[in-house]
Design a protein around this ligand. Structure first.
Ligand SMILES: NC(=O)c1ccc[n+]([C@@H]2O[C@H](COP(=O)([O-])OP(=O)(O)OC[C@H]3O[C@@H](n4cnc5c(N)ncnc54)[C@H](OP(=O)(O)O)[C@@H]3O)[C@@H](O)[C@H]2O)c1
Length: 327
């Protein structure tokens, strides 16, 4: 039985709570065991809402509990490194929300510490762990759209008013919150052999990016065109165009349906993913497999890939003049 402790009782922590509860109910060997918040009152309210046995009024207190096997870090991006390192210090395996950290230097420090202490850690970038990933890969390998040449992906919503998005001290901006998904999609389809990255961005008055367009050009000649914004809702979907047709997903974050069109734009195939709880269960299952086998990272999202994407996001922010106080 893997016992999970949630660190930070905010918005996304609720989705994880619902997920783990659902996994327990269907018989997975996982238990929603503890929650920690910066105040005992918040922790207790959260624990009562989700039927969690242990509530802790400080993160450190939960990390001292020997029963906790895996900690889900669900705090703002700016605090992931600090909180992940606190977990590692206490020898706790970590599933850390995306983006892994606020910048690449922080990610390097976290990975170095995890390696030194022999502690498991992975980034909770959920599309990497979901069945949709293998479905898309298999369809492309099968050649259903011929040779993929171009992909587009967008992610946008009106989320500009939350502090987590607006403030540089919380590592705000569209890139780290939403762009991380579009970049990950491009990486899953076109790989890592990047020749150059071109981009433009518009900034909020707080100095973080609110809207951007990013072109990733690959040595094989493929181009990924990515768009992110925290000002308006966009379709938030992706498409891959090939010499024989195109593959379209219905969501960038959690694709449930993948459609294949031929060169005459006729729908020729539609694949749906297996029924899911929330879609987060796959990253939890990946952690269970890794911990069972004694691995220190997940093959679905190797540390090198998390680092490569953090470095790409650092470079993009440098192009736009977006700096965080901790950079
Ligand atoms: N996978 C996804 O689909 C998805 C979706 C949304 C968000 N996320 C990620 O999850 C993380 C949290 O997002 P969220 O929407 O859950 O944020 P949120 O509701 O604002 O919650 C963040 C939690 O972080 C804790 N925290 C610790 N130090 C803090 C500080 N200095 N300032 C503010 N909060 C602090 C607070 O917990 P306590 O006060 O309770 O301790 C707060 O409840 C982000 O990294 C985000 O990218 C992922």
């Amino acid at each position: 039985m893997m016992r999970i402790g949630i660190l930070g009782a905010g918005n996304i922590a609720r989705t994880m709570a619902r997920t783990v509860r659902g996994m327990g109910a269907r018989g997975d060997a996982v238990q929603l065991y503890a929650v920690a918040a910066r105040s005992m009152e918040r922790a207790q309210t959260f624990a009562a809402e989700w039927g969690i046995a242990k509530a802790y009024g400080s993160y450190e207190a939960m990390l001292c509990d020997p029963q906790v096997d895996l900690v889900y870090v669900a705090t703002p991006h700016s605090h992931h490194a600090q909180h992940a390192m606190l977990c590692i210090e206490h020898g706790k395996a970590v599933l850390c929300e995306k983006p892994f950290t606020g910048n690449a230097a922080q990610a390097e420090a976290v990975f170095a510490m995890a390696k030194e202490r022999g502690v498991f850690i992975t980034e909770a970038i959920w599309p990497r762990y979901m069945p949709s990933r293998a479905i898309i890969r298999d369809l492309l390998e099968e050649g259903v759209i011929g040779r993929p040449v171009l992909l587009t992906a967008d992610f946008g919503g009106d989320i500009q008013h939350s502090d987590r998005i607006r403030l540089p001290e919380l590592a705000g901006g569209a890139l780290l919150d939403l762009g991380v998904y579009t970049i990950n999609f491009a990486s899953m389809v076109f790989g890592t052999d990047v020749e150059r990255v071109e981009s433009s961005a518009a900034l909020l008055e707080t100095g973080v990016d609110h809207t951007e367009s990013i072109s990733i050009c690959y040595r094989g000649g493929q181009i990924a065109q990515l768009m992110n914004t925290v000002l308006v809702q966009t379709p938030s979907v992706s498409a891959v165009y090939g010499t024989e047709g195109c593959l379209v997903t219905d969501s960038i974050m959690n694709p449930k349906k993948i459609d294949i069109y031929d060169r005459s734009r006729r729908l020729v195939r539609s694949v749906t993913v297996p029924e899911q709880i929330t879609g987060y269960e796959y990253e939890v299952l990946a952690c269970m497999r890794a911990l069972d086998s004694g691995a220190l990272e997940c093959p679905e999202m190797p540390h090198t890939e998390t680092l490569r994407i953090m470095r790409m996001m650092d470079d993009l922010r440098a192009q736009w003049g977006v700096r965080y106080p901790f950079d």
